[in-house]
Design a protein around this ligand. Structure first.
Ligand SMILES: [Zn+2]
Length: 340
């Protein structure tokens, strides 16, 4: 165990279908009679995890075509949601927001609303068993049609305040710019749902501007390419829009050319509200402790600076006011006990 493991942490950006363990794939395949190309955990890894050679976001996203086949039943969704919290709690993560696209789990006839229900059941079961709080985020997919995405917003609205925290937009950013989704997120606002948007990962800073200004995002997924436009960066800074950065994943998807070009230290020094997250623990081969260790080792973040990132995360949680205050107080007390 190391000092980064001991830190009380928050993870605001985790994908359910990027969190399947190989042993869970084997178990679900067996239970549901799904054929597998291989028969052992080790052999499954290349199908569901990228390595250093990953060349682009589309290549990274291709791993999800494999994993989503095993997330088509209520039992599987509940199990993986539960295990995502179990794994995070083992790394002293105190609060996590788990995101997924309800429309990707309909192959066996589940409705979007049922998918949300089962994920939330898994989160609640884990909350009872481990020292962690979990909320769900429903994702609209860029390559899905308008009707499917509007249905996600309506389904999410029915679970708002009952385990569902917010809505998101994900998928191939370079092919589908955010302005295509204005009416979808206008509905989210009408329903009172908080919004986060994947932007500035495989697209430029203009997408971050559009996400904040026209889609009403109060957080941004990644935002790595924000520095390409100083005006947009200033807007994000002035409006205190937190960035959900995911270092290991951001390098793998080539949001930047490599660690030397990763702007986390620069953004932090400029006063942006940076949060640290895992994105896809099993696809990326990461965990929340590793993300903190990497930022400490590669960018010289001191423990006190890491504590700022943790506090940023707690402050950016999509929780109702009283719940957020309680989380912030708890994280503060635990960090104070570590002299941070
Ligand atoms: Zn993501």
């Amino acid at each position: 165990m190391n000092q980064w493991h001991l830190l009380p942490k928050v993870d605001l950006h985790v994908h359910l279908d990027g969190s399947l363990r190989p042993d869970t794939v084997l178990a679900i395949a067996e239970a549901e009679g799904i054929g597998l190309p291989v028969s052992t955990e080790a052999e499954l890894i290349p199908y569901m995890q990228v390595d250093e050679e990953c060349r682009s976001l589309p290549e990274y996203l291709s791993k999800f075509a494999f994993t989503t086949r095993f997330l088509q039943s209520g039992a599987a969704l509940e199990r993986v949601a539960f295990e995502t919290l179990e794994q995070a709690a083992a790394h002293n993560c105190r609060y996590i927001e788990v995101r997924f696209a309800p429309q990707l789990h309909r192959l066996n006839g589940l409705h979007a609303e049922e998918a949300i229900h089962h994920v939330i059941e898994g989160l609640k079961r884990a909350e009872r068993q481990f020292d962690i709080q979990g909320r769900a985020i429903a994702i609209c997919m860029r390559n899905h049609d308008r009707a499917d995405n509007l249905a996600v917003i309506e389904a999410a609205a029915r679970y708002a305040g009952r385990g569902l925290a917010a809505v998101d937009l994900a998928g191939d950013e370079s092919s589908y710019p955010p302005e295509l989704f204005r009416d979808v997120f206008a509905l989210a606002h009408k329903r009172g749902l908080p919004v986060t948007i994947h932007a500035g990962e495989a697209g430029g800073a203009a997408n971050v501007y559009e996400a904040v200004e026209h889609l009403g995002a109060s957080r941004i997924g990644h935002g790595v390419r924000l520095r390409e436009n100083p005006d947009v960066l200033r807007m994000v800074l002035e409006r205190r829009i937190p960035l959900e950065m995911c270092p290991v994943s951001n390098i793998q998807t080539k949001a930047v050319s490599g660690w030397d070009a990763y702007p986390i230290r620069e953004y932090f020094e400029q006063g942006l509200s940076i949060t640290l997250n895992t994105d896809n623990p099993s696809v990326s081969g990461t965990d929340i402790t590793r993300e903190y260790r990497i930022v400490a080792e590669k960018f010289g973040f001191t423990d006190r600076e890491l504590a700022v990132l943790i506090r940023n995360g707690a402050g950016a949680a999509f929780l109702e006011d009283s719940e957020k205050k309680a989380l912030v107080r708890r994280i503060d007390a635990e960090l104070a006990a570590l002299n941070l």
